[in-house]
Design a protein around this ligand. Structure first.
Ligand code: URA
Length: 227
């Protein structure tokens, strides 16, 4: 990897800023100033900026509390995307799966393609838990209906785990993630979802992270996601 990319990836500055730092001799490789931005770093090189060692982190993982109004995409011509909320300079970050534009809550953002693939595979059975508010009172048999396979027209759900809160609010956990799945499941109860928030994604929990904020995953969270 080029020296300027190495430093920019580690948020030392923009690509142009780090080129300038390199030119000025503020960057050393194995203790010696290297003034070429295209220097190819090698395994085992010790890189420093202003004599502070800069280690390369290959992967970054963040848990975002997505606000309504943001698209779960890396770019869009019309709407703001969740990537605009992440301050990292890494260009290769992306959201793992999607939440609808009006859905809030837990969204994993990372640059680990293999983990993304693993988590989204239909075989992975990662449970996602949602807090749901509906427009009309929930029927008494809501649990019975949502926990059994349900025909949504284009596919049949495996059935989720339903927990009633009161007559307009509930939690629903599902291991699948078809388009508008939660909203469509509640339509089967003759209700319309008026607020949807994802509060858990496998081992990850949203807890009290403020809306629009994000935090890095802990080492424990990363290893439990991978297992
Ligand atoms: N189900 C939905 O209907 N919408 C979401 O954003 C997530 C799950």
């Amino acid at each position: 990897m080029r020296l300027d990319k190495y430093l920019a990836d580690m948020s030392i500055g923009t690509r142009n800023e780090v080129k300038e730092y390199i030119r000025k001799g503020r960057v050393k490789v194995n203790g010696l100033p290297i003034k070429k931005a295209d220097y190819k770093t090698k395994e085992g090189d010790v890189i420093s900026f202003d004599d502070q060692q800069v280690n390369y982190l290959q992967y970054e993982y963040y848990l975002l509390n997505k606000p309504a109004g943001y698209l779960s995409a890396t770019e869009d011509r019309y709407d703001p995307t969740v990537m605009e909320l992440i301050k990292s300079k890494r260009k290769d970050l992306f959201p793992v799966g999607r939440l609808d534009k009006d859905t809030e809550g837990l969204l994993l953002i990372c640059n680990d393609g293999e983990l993304n693939h693993q988590l989204l595979s239909p075989k992975s059975h990662v449970y996602k838990k949602y807090y749901v508010e509906v427009d009309k009172p929930l029927p008494e048999n809501a649990k019975e209906i949502l926990e059994k396979p349900l025909d949504l027209g284009d596919f049949i759900t495996q059935g989720g785990i339903y927990e009633a809160i009161d007559d307009h609010h509930a939690y629903l956990s599902i291991a699948e993630g078809k388009f508008h799945q939660v909203k469509r499941m509640f339509e089967k109860l003759d209700t319309k979802v008026i607020y949807l928030q994802r509060i858990e994604f496998g081992p990850l929990k949203l807890e009290d992270l403020p809306l629009g904020s994000y935090r890095p995953l802990t080492k424990e969270e990363i290893s439990s996601l991978k297992s």
